[in-house]
Each structure stands twice: as C-alpha cells, then as structure tokens.
Ligand binder design. Structure first.
Ligand SMILES: [Cu+2]
Length: 88
C-alpha cells in the first residue's frame, strides 16, 4: 500500500531529554555528544551546557536508553535518574 517510506524512519525515532551532571565546558559537551552519537541507532545528540541537558534522538529498535546512559557514564559524566528535568 505504501509506495514511499521516506517518512517512516522519522516516525520510529524517539526524542528524550536527560539531565547530565558534571559537564562544565565545551569540551565536556563535545565528549558527551560524541560518546552518544557513536552508538548505532542514535541520530542526534545535543547538549545544552547551561541547563545540563542532553537531548537524544534515537531509534528505540536499535538502541536502548540504558545504552545511552552507559555511554554518558563511560565518558565520565552522570545521568540523573529523572528522565526529564522538570519545567519550572
Ligand atoms: Cu569540560
């Protein structure tokens, strides 16, 4: 039925924001982003250094949230248990 599946890829992607502690400069930002982007299934990883947030766009079929956390921890930083920082 579907003659074009170019949109399907985007629909299967998930976006999550994680609270990451320990980042203090542009080098930390890049280290976290690079570590997460290395994972298969991660399409985008963007760190907001000021807020201490990591926004990841990933394919949940290919990579688990725990793997993303492990990558951040492996780079030397910590992921807070809360999935998303509360809006205040
Ligand atoms: Cu740094």
């Amino acid at each position: 039925m579907s003659h074009c599946d170019c949109n399907r890829k985007d629909e299967s992607l998930k976006r999550l924001t994680l609270v990451v502690t320990g980042m203090s400069c542009g080098h930390c930002k890049k280290a976290v982003e690079d570590a997460v982007k290395k994972l298969a299934g991660v399409q985008e990883a963007v760190v907001d250094l000021k807020e201490g947030l990591l926004t990841v766009t990933f394919d949940p079929q290919k990579v688990a949230l725990t793997e993303i956390r492990d990558a951040v921890v492996g780079a030397g930083y910590e992921v807070q248990p809360g999935r998303k920082k509360k809006e205040t």
